[in-house]
Design a protein around this ligand. Structure first.
Ligand code: HEC
Length: 192
């Protein structure tokens, strides 16, 4: 009987402890908070296992000038704000958790961005996004060719690029909006 009561109490204590911890224990929620114990491993191991199983083996299109140029245009519109441009890192990427890696900057071993990853792995990440990070899924935003074009672009980030592509990945982002807001009335204009 005492064993049974002990067993039941033992089972109860875990959900009670977890509830108290989540409400009062200050689990990490702000970007600057320390990570959970084993947080990186818990997130990275299943992500890589899934990608290894599902990623396409190779790209169905070539890294031609046309595809790299299209990739660079897509990159400027959809990726540069988080992943930076050549020589122009994103201002807020380092203040995200996890931080958004700068895809035109060499990391510790001299490798630029994700140029050492298989292009199929990058395609998987672009198409599916990475849960509980700022990395969006572009499956419903870009078509498959566009996702391959931008994946090929960042795969080749460490290699010399055609001149037009270099211009696109170096020019600063221009967030200026025409005085009339581009379309219709200017934001804040009083309704007529
Ligand atoms: C709103 C910010 C944001 C945007 C926009 C964004 N990403 Fe990301 N991306 C992230 C973050 C944050 C991570 C890191 C995820 C992690 O570490 O788990 C990431 C990770 C990645 C990775 C994996 C990097 C690595 O070191 O393994 C690739 C590749 C990538 N993004 C490509 C892209 C491409 C291509 C686009 C545009 C089509 C894009 N991202 C748009 C935030 C963004």
């Amino acid at each position: 009987m005492r064993f049974l009561v002990g067993l039941i109490l033992g089972f109860l204590i875990i959900p009670v402890w977890v509830t108290i911890y989540f409400h009062m224990g200050h689990p990490p929620v702000a970007v600057a908070d320390l990570p959970f114990l084993l947080e990186r491993q818990i997130v990275k191991i299943p992500l890589h296992a899934r990608i290894d199983k599902e990623m396409p083996a190779s790209a169905p299109i070539e890294a031609s000038v046309t595809n790299l140029t299209a990739g660079a245009q897509i990159y400027r519109e959809q990726c540069a704000s988080c992943h930076g441009l050549y020589g122009r890192p994103s201002g807020f990427a380092g203040h995200m958790y996890p931080r958004a890696p700068q895809l035109w900057a060499p990391h510790g071993d001299g490798v630029v961005g994700v140029s050492d990853d298989p292009v199929g792995e990058t395609y998987w990440k672009v198409a599916n996004g990475i849960r509980l990070s700022g990395m969006p899924s572009f499956d419903k935003v870009l078509n498959q060719t566009q996702m391959w074009q931008v994946s090929l672009l960042v795969k080749n980030a460490g290699s010399p690029m055609p001149a037009d592509v270099t211009k696109l990945i170096q020019a600063p982002l221009d967030f200026s909006v025409p005085a009339n807001g581009g379309v219709g009335a200017a934001p804040g204009a009083s309704p007529q």
